[in-house]
Design a protein. Sequence first.
Lengths: 501, 318
Amino acid sequence: MSKLKLNGVSKAYGATLALRRGDLEVMAGEVHVLMGSNGSGKSTLCKIIAGSVRPDEGRILINDTPVTITGPRSARAQGIGIFYQELSLAAHRSVEENICLAALPARARLFVDRAALKDRAARYIALFDGVSGEGFSADALVGNLRPDQRQLVEIMKALASEAPLIIFDEPTSALDRAQVERFFEILRDLKRRGRGIIFISHRMDEIKAIGDRVTIIRDGETITTLNLNETDAGTVIRLMVGGAGDMPASQSSAPAAVDAKDGAALTVRNLSGAGFRNVSFEVARGEILGFGGLHGQGQSALLRAIFGAGSVSTGEILIGSDRFDATSPRDAIRRGCAYVSGDRGRDGVISGRPIIENVTPIHYLRDRLMIARPSKLRDKVAPALESMHTKFASLFHPINSLSGGNQQKVIIARWLIDRPDVLLLDDPTKGIDLSAKADLFALIRQLAAEGLGIILYSSEDAELLGNANRILVFNGGSVSRELIGPERTRYNLYQAAYEAA
Amino acid sequence: MSRVMSFLRQPIVVALALIVLLLYLGELMSPGFASGAQILRLLIVASLLGIVAAGQNVVILGGREGIDLSVGGVVSLSAIIAGNVMNGADIGILPAIAACLVAGAFFGLLNGLGITLLRIPPLVMTLGMLGVLQGLLVVIRMGIPSGQAAPALSRFVTQPLFFGVPGIIWLWVAIGILMAFMLNRTVFGHRIYAIGSNEHAAYMAGVPVRLMRIALFMISGMFAAIAGLCLLGYSGSSFANVGEQYTLTSIIAVVFGGTSLAGGKGGYTGTMAGAFLLVILQGILTTVNIDESGRQMVFGATLLLLMMFYGRGRAMRA
């Protein structure tokens, strides 16, 4: 019997089609794995099931009956529970309260029944007895727990929903070996009791260990569903990558090697810090070095640390041949380092202020200006914006009047008035349209040709393959593989990213 | 049509319209309320408030729940310091100015350090500082005469200087021009807006966020100190908690003028109109014999009404 069936479900955000045609069938008593690269539509599909996104088209059936899920509460009422990847815990409350948060036992529908709450929470806490680690107890505050223990609480919370169908979105990312083993035992028990489980993970070994079937999603479409014991990792990756995966990066892409006689623009030696460890590499002048791998494997943390906005514990950084350990972005900027974040809203845009003021901060700092003369600044700002074909009506209109792509161009333009030596790009094209992307990469390649050392981290593999001279693949905070020349293929990129480190 | 509406909804237009309306109402209730001489008297009082509000304005523009509740205490302290230093003699004016500015900057520095280094929320830090200052005032005043304003200072504040307009109003106008220049034409001003709009983005663009914030609180303390000095000239001698009312009124003036309490949005021109408007309101309330506590209630209610009128999201982002 199928617990859940999705038929031709689609979702568009404006002009962007996040999910073209999602099909999925989860049977009672199976662990169903969902696989797909970043942006394939996998998380949109999960959100539709959990009720936080309404689909544009398609049918959802639970126990073979068509249903409409109107929101998260409605999903819970239909028997769907979810483990959230972004932890959704109340940090100042105890473990037991967090476990029962979704349905607090109450007396007279008003007063929390402490005894019943304790009882209920204890059942789920006992499941992880022995592996939950030091300091883990029913009355511990969640905020004081280690990341892996918090993730256990999140798992217990999902289990406590006792929903017939539970979605686990990367539930094991922070857990150690023993905790994962115990969790899998629990999942096997749930299977025996006829529950349906949707499991998302990027670790091939885990998927083989716990999954029964796998559904592969690529470019917003369900490609196929396979029995995991009849297939192998290579086949699954090939299906995720698509037909042309074995082809080397296309002709238009960057040269495989860069003449390094000018020396390195940036050197990083044995660098460790929060989120990354023991990373070493060099970026030559004129080179675009790609950072690949799954989301959150240390790429952003490393780039921010180089820029002085993250913490470095050991190791050294050199710009040219000078030791460079920026203590703040201000320090880094003064010494010719530039950083463009994909999270414009948080790191880039000075909202509500004119376009011109969004371009000038770096110029103020590097030229030690005190007075801002609009007429003089305009002569510097306008060419920088035009070099990227930025569309704007007036420099004095607020930056919020522009589209996302044009806003990002404005943010990049602020680095073009006084040229940096090193440019760090932290997933710079997130959420911008195709033509803006094309303009952006044309500029980046031109900057490299002018001798800048550039690091490009992108969550879109096509961008890496099309622009980077060399690609370092990150896994668990360190570089797991370096792809040079003809090795730069989609298949290799995926394989290095998905294999357990 | 919508352009006309959006023009009419601008805080400064609203404030100016209300000024005219209130002056008219005042004239109806008490003939002579809107006469030239009376308006000048109101403007003198408004400049005292406006100078305090200049400091409050930059602190609020700097964002991150920026607010300076200690200004009332600094105004009182400065009036007492000035009275004791000059003690009725013109020769003491310059030393008094210096002493007041140092005191204002010092307490602003303490506010700034507490907020940036110890990460105490501005509301709590400056409220605590207000308590400290009030206690300090009681201690200082034990046994020490409060001192007298120098005659030249009193003349500057109350007597005409150029074109029949007293010096303090000219000072206020000069501060207005300086503030407009600073906010719109200096790197420092652009950085105030930058940290007020998106502190993290400003940090990533190399703005020294902590130093900026400390500087803003020092500026606020210094403006409050100047206002305290002028207040002494206005009243002749200082008395206990002479500046107390300025904490609430300076915030109302800033909000009246359209500066967002969430930071990054607004300017000083509106605040000037807001200060004048508030003083006219105060005048009307006095005319109809409403006492100090009643006035405070009206001011509090006005602040709440304004927040509603300027709309959700404008006054305070979620």
